[in-house]
Design a protein around this ligand. Structure first.
Ligand code: A2P
Length: 274
């Protein structure tokens, strides 16, 4: 599997397994299946309540810890220095590991107060994360669901550019403004919900283009993210799908078809900004 190199020099495998909305037993089985078929990158979060299952699956897979890339996230309602450090320790314990490869601020605001101004709190937790990095508890630091102003605030006040911004990104929801901002600034865009949580898999335009390439629609969606320079995190708890989502990606969507897919906008928008 190919790697991206983050702006801090850390390498990250170019596809990861998403585990949002996977129960503990499902997450355990999914990670075991994923590692067996070649995934070396798993994405979780404290609030998914499955970090312990992910950590156990990694341990049980007998893969060397250094050969697996683990991402987890600081809960979005933790916006203070001490809390950030405490929650990182909780995640380390749950994952049963000495370090997290990539630690993200889950959102610029608590989900219950989406859109509110938490710029001071974000600066505090960003400072805490820079300490965690110095302490060796995390290798890379990033954000999720941030817009340009949210990121500017971190850079201006702490002087550290995030390595990653993980955003909701799929055909018909490509968030051009923040995607362009990140790609120009050397911040890797990770695509969560690259299949639109399954909702775009019946879209007629996307189905038609997938048919042209003789690939399942999910594969076209994943390849679209890759060709847009993002890192897809497809979620599945089904072993055949997990395997399918990482294989047979050596085809190229033509410029014309990419243009048609890029023109699909506002498929399943969220009611609040990211
Ligand atoms: P399941 O987990 O039951 O296999 P996203 O990655 O955008 O969040 O989408 C996840 C959803 O898409 C889940 O419902 C998942 O179902 C489904 N899914 C994942 N991979 C595939 C695939 N290859 N074909 C069809 N559905 C898939």
């Amino acid at each position: 599997m190919d790697n991206f190199v983050l702006n801090d020099g850390v390498e990250i495998p170019a596809i990861g397994l998403g585990t949002w909305q996977s129960s503990r037993p499902d997450a355990y089985a999914a990670v075991r299946a994923a590692v067996d078929c070649g995934y070396r990158h798993v994405d979780t979060a404290y609030v998914y309540e499955n970090e312990d299952a992910v950590g156990k699956a990694v341990k049980d897979s007998k893969i060397r810890r250094g050969d697996i890339f683990l991402t987890t996230k600081l809960p979005s309602d933790v916006k203070d220095f001490k809390g950030a450090k405490e929650y990182c320790d909780r995640s380390l314990k749950a994952l049963d590991t000495d370090y997290i490869d990539l630690y993200l601020i889950h959102a610029p605001w608590p989900w219950s107060a989406a859109g509110t101004d938490c710029s001071e709190g974000n600066v505090e937790v960003w400072r805490a994360m820079s300490e965690l990095k110095k302490e060796g508890k995390i290798r890379s630091m990033g954000v999720s669901n941030f817009n340009g102003a949210d990121i500017d605030n971190l850079i201006k006040n702490v002087g550290i550019v995030p390595s990653v911004n993980q955003i909701r990104f799929f055909i018909g929801n490509t968030q051009e403004k923040i995607t362009e901002y990140c790609q120009k600034a050397g911040i890797l865009v990770e695509a969560y919900s690259p299949l639109g949580t399954g909702k775009i898999l019946e879209n007629q335009t996307i189905c038609g283009i997938a048919e042209k390439y003789g690939v399942p629609i999910a594969k076209l969606c994943i390849k679209f993210c890759i060709q847009r320079g993002t890192l897809p995190l497809p979620k599945s708890v089904t072993p055949e799908r997990i395997k399918d989502n990482i294989s047979g990606l050596d085809f190229t969507i033509s410029d014309g078809d990419m243009a048609e897919l890029n023109a699909l906008q506002n498929l399943y928008p969220r009611p609040f900004r990211t």
